[in-house]
Design a protein around this ligand. Structure first.
Ligand SMILES: [Zn+2]
Length: 475
């Protein structure tokens, strides 16, 4: 499949790979070890996102034997429509940039079909049922997580309400809608679902019908799973199964765990070997590691059109590597990524962290409000709702104006600056006195004024799912 994919789609039609992969290399791909003949693709190689989009010349396509055959049997118009479905970009998602601009990934009609396939498999592996009612709580956004969940619903031909999450309609509306729909299965980012459940139980709601919870977009510590489980049981839900997923913009798909008994280790992310080739390599040398060894995840989609990457270095480390043995829980024979996912360590120096589920460049936050007019001094505080480490992140901006008074104009300017330069939004802008702010900044005490202070209590649990997901990132 890889040879066919490269020979018939990637090399002829991708401006980026045309120059990097030769026919000879493709012919020499005979075994797994031969993959090393293909170059890696890294995030920094995607600076010109258009170059990785397959852009066939109509004349080239017309010469394809399949096109000629289709034209003869079903007519030229049918042949043309078929090619348009295969190649024409019709949808876009993007990464939320770590430091640079977001990288767009386009989908053709065929890619959307594949998104339905991976979504349907997700439903099957998570042991959902078409008779179930599903609620998708991912934020409406041009990111993989939302669309993967949406197409899982249409592909599985089941009922799904997509609320758009907290950003779209607020917490109360989400509570009402979930309560009204009384779902069997919920798809969400873990922190948001925890937040929602907390509020629901405080309001005395009983979501006893929930049987499946599928989490994505951010890491799911074991403690979070346990807690969600306890909260759902307390609401009367029996036999709930909680599963994590791992996916990324560049693969244009996500992979689920299958249900395991509550409290047990994760079952691994079940891959689709007909749709993606996943390798695990030594992050330093790039050499593939043996089965079951930790390393960096490298992905090559095998049937994608639109934006296409080959041997993409995700920068995600998988602690238990890849396993090819039968899954002891569900009996499937697909490869599985085992253990927990973290970022490759050399990126840590970039001072990137997550706030509200969005990747944020802390170095940029340090200077974000430096030149807001009328603002004399400021501090951005990151904290957790109710100081609960499992809760949602909150952002409070403390401000002192030049005149020392509250100012609606300055408040608006602060919100505008966040909207313009970041993907996060402060919960509150609070005006304080210079004395109070000086104390907060550690003026005269700390070596450097703390413009950004992270007061989020840390939840100490390293196990669990994906850290990656720049998407959900968007999520
Ligand atoms: Zn399984």
């Amino acid at each position: 499949m890889l040879r066919k994919h490269l020979r018939e789609a990637v090399v002829p039609f991708s401006p980026y790979y045309r120059e990097r992969i030769t026919a000879r290399t493709i012919n020499n791909l005979k075994s797994f070890a031969d993959l090393q003949r293909l170059p890696f693709t890294r995030k920094r190689d995607l600076e010109n996102p258009r170059d990785i989009v397959l852009q066939p010349e109509p004349a080239e396509l017309a010469r394809r034997p399949m096109t000629i055959a289709r034209g003869l049997v079903r007519g030229p118009r049918n042949a043309k429509a078929h090619l348009e479905h295969e190649f024409r970009p019709v949808m876009m998602t993007s990464t939320t940039g770590r430091s640079g601009a977001p990288v767009p990934f386009v989908y053709s009609g065929r890619d959307l079909d594949l998104l339905s396939v991976t979504g349907t498999r997700m439903m099957e592996i998570c042991e959902s049922s078409p008779e179930f009612r599903h609620v998708n709580l991912f934020p409406y956004a041009p990111h993989l997580a939302f669309w993967q969940a949406h197409y899982a619903g249409t592909g599985f031909r089941t009922f799904m309400l997509s609320t758009g999450g907290g950003k779209a309609i607020g917490l109360d509306k989400n509570l009402q809608m979930v309560d009204r729909v009384n779902p069997d299965a919920v798809i969400s980012m873990p922190t948001f679902f925890y937040h929602l459940l907390h509020q629901a139980s405080e309001n005395g709601l009983r979501w006893s019908n929930i049987k499946r919870v599928v989490l994505g977009g951010e890491k799911v510590p074991l403690g979070m799973r346990r807690k969600l489980h306890e909260m759902l049981e307390a609401m009367g839900a029996e036999d709930v199964r909680i599963m994590g997923t791992y996916g990324m913009t560049e693969a244009k798909m996500a992979w689920p765990e299958c249900p395991a008994a509550p409290g047990s280790e994760g079952t691994g992310y079940h891959l689709s070997p007909d749709l993606v080739l996943v390798e695990v390599v030594d992050p330093e040398s790039g050499v593939p590691v043996p089965e079951g060894h930790p390393g960096e995840i490298v992905v090559t989609p095998l049937q994608a059109r639109g934006s296409v990457v080959v041997r993409y270095r995700t920068g995600d480390l998988i602690s238990g590597g890849i396993e090819y043995t039968m899954c002891p829980h569900c009996g499937r024979n697909c490869p599985r990524l085992m253990g927990s996912i973290s970022r490759v360590s050399n990126r840590k120096r970039l001072q990137i962290g997550k706030v509200k589920g969005t990747l944020v460049d802390f170095d940029a936050l340090e200077v974000l409000l430096d030149d807001v007019s009328g603002l004399a001094s400021w501090q951005i505080e990151l904290r957790k709702h109710r100081d609960d480490p499992l809760e949602t992140d909150e952002i409070v901006v403390y401000c002192v104006t030049a005149g020392g008074k509250e100012s609606a104009a300055v408040e608006r300017a602060v919100y505008d600056r966040f909207d313009k330069d970041t993907e996060i939004h402060p919960n509150e802008v609070r005006f304080v006195t210079m004395d109070e702010l000086s104390e907060r900044l550690g003026v005269g005490v700390a070596l450097k004024e703390e413009r950004v202070v992270d007061r989020r209590p840390q939840f100490d649990d390293a196990s669990g799912g994906s850290e990656n997901n720049e998407e959900q990132e968007e999520a």
